[in-house]
Write a protein of this length. Structure first.
Length: 212
């Protein structure tokens, strides 16, 4: 699955070009590809990706900028080929666990930053992998919600991510696994998710998601 997604990212990036915008502003398409390369080839960059420490983030930005400056076809080819041979995610089960959501989200970061975009029709196995992300990581991603949270994806199921706090109700999110993942990971403005609940709960939930 991740190799399908890498191929999709490479094709979309080639179509858009290196200077096209992404939802990860101020990153361009070239910057986003450089991020994907660095996270799977430079162990010294990982602390700056995962930790909010300026000196570490500065080191990661320097490495990423160097990679982004490479010839664009070379950068696209490296993303398409996947991680370095010695990288842990060369192992299929690890690659699927770590990268299905990451690659799907970043593909949409390119697509949905363009005018007149349309959602990507991802294959069934990828959607199934994204549903697993929704039901596993969704509990962590909604732990601070002022309401209960339930997600529903037709053909995949229904899952309660958070019980409602005292005196609060529950909101229900409907969408494909891809759209639900985008919503949970902060792409609320472009995620095609229907959210149902009382007016009070909807307002509380929307305000909470905006602040993330």
């Amino acid at each position: 699955m991740p190799y399908q997604l890498r191929d999709l990212i490479a094709g979309t990036a080639t179509e858009l070009g290196p200077q096209a915008p992404t939802l990860c502003s101020p990153w361009t398409v070239a910057d986003l590809l450089a991020h994907l390369v660095v996270r799977e080839s430079r162990p010294d960059a990982l602390p700056g990706i995962g930790l909010d420490v300026e000196v570490l983030q500065r080191r990661t930005r320097t490495l990423q900028d160097r990679v982004a400056a490479r010839p664009f076809p070379e950068l696209v080819a490296q993303v398409r080929s996947g991680p370095a041979p010695w990288w842990p995610t060369r192992i299929g089960v690890l690659d699927r666990a770590v990268n299905v959501a990451e690659l799907s989200i970043h593909h949409e970061d390119m697509v949905r930053a363009q005018p007149d975009w349309a959602p990507t029709d991802l294959p069934g196995p990828v959607q199934e992998g994204l549903w697993r992300t929704v039901t596993s990581m969704g509990r962590m991603l909604t732990r601070g919600s002022p309401t209960g949270v339930v997600v529903v994806a037709q053909g995949h199921g229904r899952a309660a991510l958070r019980r409602p706090p005292a005196a609060a109700g529950t909101v229900v999110l409907y969408g494909t696994p891809l759209e639900l993942v985008l919503h949970l990971f902060g792409r609320t403005e472009v995620a095609r998710v229907e959210v149902q609940g009382s007016a009070e709960d909807l307002q509380a939930f929307a305000t909470h998601r905006t602040r993330l």
